[in-house]
Ligand binder design. Structure first.
Ligand code: ADP
Length: 416
């Protein structure tokens, strides 16, 4: 490099504007790239005080994102260390899918839902083709650009999963989107965890609320089993060998149609294949994209024409009714039976009314009597507490850090 202080030069390039939000590892700013005039989002990741070191999650995110270039993946434009922080420069995205889903002024037609799901799966298919799991799929990690294009963001937890022996920490997903194998403590898992999460997002698009809102891991499994029936060993042979396996009382599956009254038959068929218990039998992302749901009428809406909320101005916090307390009893010991409850569905269901064009309008929330009856029950085994905290991050010492700084500068400033 000819420039003696490349980090300063790069930092001078971006004009910081307002804060967009606070993420897991630091603040996200809106900024203008003075070289191109382009609006960007800069994720400022604290490298920490001298003794804390650099967290490798950020580095992993950088490396992964550099390799993952796809229309449905957020683009990492630049990365540089500056004043003790690592700055990641992303293309600016106007909103995210969570904002779309919860905006009551937005009407999502079946074709709109299909389009959002298709873009989600296309981004995922690209990741999986590169042997990368996203592992943190949820609506607010699906960013939406000014032309309606949806892009997967926040690969902070993603990892290459090529090695069959590789073991992962299983407490990585936002609980509501967590696959049953993760909830049962699977140490080895594959792309099926992203498919399950995508199914939860699909369900959320259809219902306009998070589908399975468990208040603990035990409760989450109870909600899943209440929706799809308690899995039998024949359905999912490996289940009983999972580390945190707990026997649940058998409940039959209600017809899927009763949970998604407005969905088409094709949508229900795809949904049921994505929500398959046995990860080995679960549909892959590529197969899901080839499902007739996407080729049958109505065809997915052109992204440009998708309904979107007004561009966001500041950080938001979710206004979902987050915790109503557990609806199932957790066992004092893992060996005790757990009774799956159905309260979560009855208490929050939306009723869609079809209009003459076959569109669904007039979504009304029916509020059931679920207040007071299902008081939270103390948990003796609540694995979820681990999921709520940032994982322990490996750190490196200051000598390594300065080496890393140089490495990053070189890596991201030299034309490829
Ligand atoms: P977290 O780590 O909690 O998932 P992020 O660090 O990804 O959060 O994002 C924090 C905030 O910044 C969120 O409000 C998010 O919508 C916003 N944000 C993140 N990336 C972008 C982007 N590329 N364009 C616009 N806003 C963004």
């Amino acid at each position: 490099m000819t420039d003696p202080d490349p980090s300063k030069k790069v930092a001078d390039r971006y004009l910081k504007r307002e804060i967009l939000g606070e993420g897991t590892y630091g603040v996200v700013y809106k900024a203008i790239d003075t070289h191109t005039g382009q609006t960007v989002a800069i994720k400022k990741i604290r490298l920490g005080k001298q003794k804390e070191g650099v967290n490798f999650t950020a580095l992993r995110e950088i490396k992964l994102l550099k390799e993952l270039k796809d229309p449905n993946i957020i683009e990492l434009i630049d990365a540089f260390p500056h004043k003790g922080n690592l700055h990641l420069v992303f293309e600016f995205m106007e909103t995210d899918l969570e904002a779309v889903i919860r905006d009551r002024n937005i009407f999502l037609s079946p074709a709109d839902t299909k389009s959002y799901l298709q873009m989600t799966l296309k981004g995922l298919a690209f990741c999986h083709k590169k042997w990368v799991l996203h592992r943190d799929m949820k609506p607010n990690n699906l960013l939406i650009g000014s032309h309606g294009q949806l892009k997967l963001a926040d690969f902070g937890l993603a990892r290459i999963f090529g090695s069959p022996d590789r073991r992962f920490t299983h407490q990585v997903f936002a609980r509501w989107y967590r696959a049953p194998e993760l909830l049962f403590g699977a140490k080895q898992y594959g792309s099926g965890v992203d498919v399950w999460a995508a199914a939860c997002i699909f369900a959320e698009l259809l219902l306009r609320r998070p589908f399975l809102q468990g208040s603990s891991d035990i409760d989450q499994l109870g909600k899943i089993f209440a929706a799809f029936g308690t899995p039998t060993p024949a359905q999912w042979p490996d289940m009983v060998y999972l580390p945190d396996y707990v026997e649940y009382q058998n409940v039959p599956a209600p017809p899927l149609r009763t949970l998604f009254p407005t969905a088409s038959d094709d949508a229900l068929d795809l949904l049921s294949k994505m929500f398959t218990y046995d990860p080995k039998a679960r549909i892959s992302v590529q197969q899901a994209l080839e499902h007739r749901y996407f080729s049958s009428a109505p065809l997915p809406t052109d992204p440009e024409k998708l309904p979107r909320p007004a561009p966001k101005k500041e950080s938001r916090t979710s206004d979902f009714d987050l915790q109503q307390g557990p609806t199932v009893l957790s066992p004092p010991r893992k060996s005790r039976r757990v009774m799956p409850g159905r309260d979560g569905f009855e208490g929050n269901s939306f009723q869609g009314v079809k209009d003459d064009d076959g569109n669904f309008g007039d979504f009304r929330q029916t509020v059931g009597d679920n207040t007071g009856k299902n008081q939270p029950v103390p948990m003796s085994v609540d694995f979820s507490i681990f999921g709520l905290k940032s994982p322990n991050r490996p750190t490196i010492n200051s000598a390594d850090r300065s080496h890393l700084k140089r490495k990053l500068d070189l890596e991201f400033q030299q034309p490829e």
